[in-house]
Design a binder for this molecule. Sequence first.
Ligand code: MLT
Length: 264
Amino acid sequence: MLVNHDGASLFYEVFGSGDPILLVHGFPLSSQLWTETAEALSATHRVIVTDLRGHGRSDASPETSMTQYAGDLAAVLDAADEQRPVVLAGLSMGGYIAMEFVRHDPLRVRALVLADTRHDADSPAKVQEREALAQRVLKEGPKVVADGMVGKLFGPEASENLKSEWRSIMAATSPQGVAAALRAMGARPDSTDTLRNWKRPCLIIVGDTDAITPPDVARQMHDLVPGSQLAVIPGAGHMTPVEQPEAFAGFVEKFLKTLPELPA
Ligand code: MLT
C-alpha cells in the first residue's frame, strides 16, 4: 500500500491483527529487514512495516531529516487507520527515528524497542565522513555504500548468501535517498535526555558482535532508560532480525507479553 506525505509516495504493509507494532528499518535497508519478525509477531499482533523515504519502494526527496522521517511514520499510521498507541521498534537509523518520534508524539508510543542503535549524536569527524560519502554516492551510485557496509553489518556467522542478498538490496537503493539519509543522520540530535525521560517500557536489543553500534553502547542506553530490558543476541552482528530471526522475535514476543494492556 502507498500513502503520499510531504511530497513522497511511501510504501507500507500491514500483517495480522491485535495490538499494533510499527517496525522501522535502518540505513540503507528496506522493510525486507522485518520479513521474519513480521511473520512471527503477526500471529498475535497487528504489524505495520514501511520503507523509509528514499529506501525500498518509497520515493526519495533531495533532502530529509529525522523530523521528516518521524512525520512519515505518523502518516503511515494514519493511512493504516491506526490511532492506538503503538509499540515502536527501530533498528539503527530506525532507532534514531524512533527516538525522534517520541520527542514529537510521545502519546502515540506505548513502548519502545531499540535494536542495534545508539543515543549519541555524530562527532564532527563522522559528520564530515558522511558528507564525503553522500557526495560519492551521488556521483558513483549506491554501490559504494553497499560494498563499504556489507562487511561491517554482519557478524562472523552470517552466510555469504545473506550478505549478498543485502548487498543487492543496498545497491538498489536510490542514490538521492542514500545521500539524504547520510546527511539526516549527520544532523540528528543527541537522544540522551530523550532516553533518560522515557518512562514507558523499553527493550534494547543488540547483536553480541555488532561492530556499528556495539553492546557497550546498548548497555549505556539500558543504564539511561529507567526499568529498561537488555537483550544481547549471540551469533549476530548489526543485522539481528535477519542474522538470528528466531532469537530476535523471541525477545520481542517475551517483551510484548510484559506490557500493560491497552485500554479497550
Ligand atoms: C544503520 O544501520 O542504520 C546505520 O549504519 C547507522 C549509522 O550509520 O549511524
